[in-house]
Ligand binder design. Structure first.
Ligand code: BES
Ligand code: MN
Ligand code: ZN
Length: 498
């Protein structure tokens, strides 16, 4: 996809489709919308006056320009003008682009919203438009033998103010990088488990490292044995696929602190001996979404180059039943020396993350964020609207919320009181890997927190948000790429304020 920025009046644009935002409740079109309407001979204003188009968020109207070779204006509702933000622009751009792409447009020009009365700054608006389009038109069809030809091949972010060009260019560039990060994560998550084994994930990480200027390292089973990673190795035992502990390193602040993103890379979760029901088990190919988010974020970080040091760590393995698999009742010893009683072999994510976050500490991380499709309970608590967040550090939580506000993702803070830790005390070992059905989001998250020592840490449970059941604005059905953009935004924040 070619993405560019230009400064042009509507009549000077040659794109197949011209996207323009319309605010809800404006009886008369304003600013750039009214200038585009002039190109439409006032037709846009007419359908608004007749009540056929109200400018509600994501509402789309297409007006074809006479004698122009089927060129069209795609008007998209932005909702109430005073409530406009980057997330609404992202959604609106996706809604309009999908319609334009269906109409076989090859080139799409998109006007930045008017800059009058506050609104969204040109840089953020350009980022949101580019990001929204690229996220919205994503589809996973590499495994189809007959693929639909994708027509849309060029998007142009347009402003009418020459002074906005530079920030628009910066924004569009960031939007492209952010969308590519999430789309890459989506590709990995949508890939079937036989195409996305731990070995494939490691190869992908190595490729990203080479392309985005990161250091890459992988720990093999023998390395993990040397490090006594009994928790990770316990889960990996049941599978014939060799486990990989993937480590990516971005150095943007030599000599400064290092922060770590640790993502669950469970390439297939059958449940192990505590096997899952057959129904929907195929969706457990998505249990590496946390790891994919870390890979996506690291790719974006390598390209955006914030002044910060970031480690991306991904424990990757399958969770399978076999004669060699972990059994309920077994006791294993994690790298930190803590002993763990296995109540359910299906609570495997926290086991691999226990050793992975401890490894992050060992590598010197002074802040850790882990990301995991950890619990079904998370969806029971929050539906697929929010991911859950648990932390031992309010400042880290606040930074995550700032990053999430910029990307439009949602993380709800969950409690971390000692009563939840009581629920995972074991009669035979230091800790057990399941506290039962009640409070599962907290007991699962806080289990991982037991392996970071005193390090500031936050856990993101993305189980309900990693895979969407239906299409919605910039989120097609299937893998969402959740957390990739927010982790990258967090690194940008750290790279500018810390
Ligand atoms: N990978 C699952 C969690 C999950 C469930 C992700 C649904 C996406 C959709 C995780 O490994 C798991 O099986 N968790 C168990 C924990 C329980 C045994 C304590 C669960 O949630 O049932
Ligand atoms: Mn499981
Ligand atoms: Zn799992």
């Amino acid at each position: 996809m070619k993405v560019s920025v230009c400064c042009a009046a509507p009549r000077d644009l040659t794109a197949d489709a011209i996207l323009v935002g319309v605010s809800e409740g404006d009886a008369l079109l304003q600013g750039i919308a009214s200038r585009v309407d002039a190109l439409c001979g006032g037709l846009l204003q007419e359908i608004i006056s007749k009540g056929e188009f109200a400018g509600k968020l994501n509402e789309v109207a297409v007006v074809y320009l006479p004698a122009s070779g089927a060129r069209r204006v795609v008007a998209v509702g932005l909702g109430k003008g005073e409530k406009l933000d980057a997330e609404k622009l992202r959604q609106a751009a996706a809604s309009a682009a999908k319609i334009a792409a269906k109409g076989k447009a090859k080139t799409l020009a998109m006007y930045l919203p008017d800059q009058t009365g506050g609104g969204v700054a040109a840089e953020d608006a350009a980022a949101a438009l580019a990001e929204g389009v690229l996220l919205g038109i994503y589809s996973y069809d590499v495994l189809k033998s007959k693929r639909e030809q994708k027509q849309l091949s060029e998007i142009i972010v347009v402003t009418t103010e020459p002074s906005a060009m530079e920030s628009a260019q910066r924004g569009a560039n960031r939007g492209v990088i952010m969308a590519a990060a999430a789309n890459m994560a989506r590709d990995l998550v949508n890939a079937p488990a036989n195409h996305m084994t731990p070995t494939h994930m490691a190869a992908k990480a190595e490729q990203i490292a080479a392309e985005s200027g990161l250091q890459y390292e992988v720990l093999e089973r023998a390395d993990m044995e040397r490090l006594a990673m009994g928790a990770f190795l316990g889960v990996a035992r049941g599978s014939t696929e060799p486990p990989k502990l993937i480590v990516l390193r971005y150095e943007g602040n030599p000599g400064g602190e290092t922060f770590a993103f640790v993502g669950k890379g469970l390439t297939f979760d059958s449940g192990g001996i505590s096997i899952k029901p057959a129904e929907n088990m195929h969706l457990m190919k998505s249990d590496m979404a946390g790891g994919a988010a870390v890979l996506g974020a690291m790719q974006a970080i390598g390209q955006l180059k914030p002044k910060v040091n970031i480690l991306g760590i991904i424990p990757a393995t399958e969770n399978m039943p076999s004669g060699n698999a972990l059994k309920p009742g077994d006791v294993i010893t994690a790298m930190t020396g803590k002993t763990i009683e296995i109540i359910s072999t299906d609570a495997e994510g926290r086991l691999i993350l226990a050793d992975a976050v401890a490894y992050a500490v060992k590598l010197g991380a002074s802040k850790i964020v882990d990301i995991a499709t950890l619990t079904g309970a998370c969806g029971i608590a929050l539906g697929s609207v929010y991911s859950a967040m648990i932390t031992n550090c309010d400042k880290l939580a606040a930074d995550l919320q700032t990053a999430a506000a910029a990307t439009g993702e949602r993380y709800w803070p969950m409690p971390n009181h000692d009563e939840y830790r009581e629920m995972i005390k074991s009669p035979v070992a230091d800790i057990k890997n399941s506290g039962g059905r009640m409070g599962g989001v907290m007991t699962g998250g806080l289990f991982i927190g037991e392996f970071v020592g005193e390090t500031p840490w936050a856990h993101l449970d993305i189980a309900p948000t990693a895979f969407a059941e239906s299409d919605k604005h910039y989120q097609p059905k299937g893998a969402t790429g959740v957390a990739a953009r927010t982790l990258a935004a967090l690194a940008l924040l750290w790279g500018t304020v810390n």
